[in-house]
Design a binder for this molecule. Structure first.
Ligand SMILES: [Ca+2]
Length: 400
């Protein structure tokens, strides 16, 4: 059996091809049922390593997905953000490096090029160089945003890339004073469909701060590119968008502009929450689902041993969550009302170890990073890796 190396290039998003992702992966398919790319995918494919076909459903069920290792030899890749050229900026938490991955390739997979090191970051425990976001106006402002831990706080800063940019110029902080600790630093950054920058924070090991609106800990923040409260925030003078969070490391939006976030619980329940402004998600008063009306219940809860999900991404109607301790990728089908339809499906269970970031790539695939060098995993020789997942069976939706 041969599985064609999927082309990776700029071009029209192929989202229609994943419109029936869950249906496709749920269909009974043989592992060889991956055909030639359609005409609009033709192009000059990079020299990618041989894909592995991963039978990813539990106990002999029939889901399958093509997972291709497209980059390897990284160390704790944390944030991934695509540039307009189809390459991605990737942060490494502990080395404090920012790398560009792709779009060109070499014999090892996608080409990895160091961009800069963020010397201002002070990695410790779960802290270090974490989230990264590319300005929606990157073509004109060349600006990149990062979230990192220092000796005294977590902060958000920005810098410029490209011709004329000085790689030795320190990133300019736009938000400081986000409480830090060895654990629960949050760290995700992403631009929402409204054009504003969102940041997810952790409770820094002090649960009470999540219920304190004056603290930036245990919150989801929404801001302008200068780090000011974005217009429409619940309190016009505050960055706080939602509160009562323990440790959120992933956020993504669906086509209806609804936000979903992954959240680490304590010992029992991890959560997926649909994030709405001004709502209180309960921590530390509630872990998982509760009955107190003042708190917003999660959409989905999982036992921590099967989840501990960090990254989140939405691809068409599919919400994906990449899990560290649970060593799997969950896929959930979102409804038009912003709920989850049926049971989450799990892929890659235990196959690549701990999974941290998941992002929707411009070509309609998902990129997933491993995190086996973060001190809690068992690294393979080529860890940490970036996987490219194509969530479809060839032949198109409706065929099996
Ligand atoms: Ca909660």
């Amino acid at each position: 059996m041969t599985v064609p190396s999927p082309p990776l290039r700029r071009g029209p998003r192929r989202l229609r091809r994943v419109a029936a992702v869950l249906a496709a992966v749920a269909v009974t398919t043989s592992a060889c049922n991956f055909g030639e790319p359609s005409a609009d995918e033709q192009g000059s494919p990079p020299r990618l390593p041989t894909p592995s076909v991963s039978p990813s459903a539990p106990s002999g069920a029939s889901q399958s997905v093509v997972a291709t290792v497209i980059a390897k030899g990284l160390s704790v890749p944390w944030g991934v953000a695509f540039l307009p050229d189809g390459g991605a900026l990737v942060t490494e938490r502990d080395s404090k490096r920012i790398l560009q991955v792709g779009p060109s390739s070499d014999t090892e997979g996608l080409k990895i090029t160091p961009v800069r090191t963020v010397d201002q970051a002070v990695p410790q425990g779960e802290g270090g160089l974490m989230g990264i976001a590319v300005s929606p106006k990157y073509d004109t402002d060349h600006t990149v945003f990062i979230y990192y831990t220092t000796a005294t706080d977590n902060r958000i800063a920005k810098f410029t890339l490209g011709a004329g940019a000085d790689p030795n110029q320190a990133p300019r902080p736009i938000v400081t004073g986000i409480p830090r600790n060895s654990n629960h630093n949050g760290g995700q950054l992403a631009f929402g469909p409204d054009g504003y920058l969102y940041a997810t924070t952790g409770d820094a090991g002090q649960g009470a701060l999540a219920q304190d609106k004056a603290s930036l800990a245990g919150k989801i923040l929404r801001m302008t590119t200068d780090g000011k409260p974005a217009p429409g925030n619940p309190d016009p003078k505050s960055l706080v968008w939602s509160w009562g969070h323990r440790n959120v490391q992933g956020i993504a939006w669906d086509a209806n502009k609804r936000a979903y976030a992954t959240e680490f619980g304590q010992n029992t329940w991890d959560e997926i929450n649909r994030i709405e402004p001004g709502k209180n998600y309960g921590w530390p008063r509630v872990e998982g689902k509760g009955s107190d009306q003042q708190f917003t219940n999660p959409l989905v809860v999982w036992p921590t041993s099967e989840s501990s999900c960090s990254g989140a991404a939405v691809l068409e109607r599919i919400l994906a969550a990449a899990c560290l301790r649970g060593e799997r990728l969950y896929l959930m089908e979102l409804t038009a009302r912003g709920t989850v339809l049926g049971q989450p499906r799990e892929l890659l269970v235990g196959e690549y170890g701990r999974l941290r970031a998941v992002v929707a790539a411009p070509d309609g695939s998902l990129w997933v990073t491993t995190s086996n060098r973060d001190g809690r995993g068992t690294p393979a020789a080529d860890d940490d890796r970036i996987l490219r997942l194509v969530l479809e069976s060839s032949g198109g939706a409706g065929k099996s």
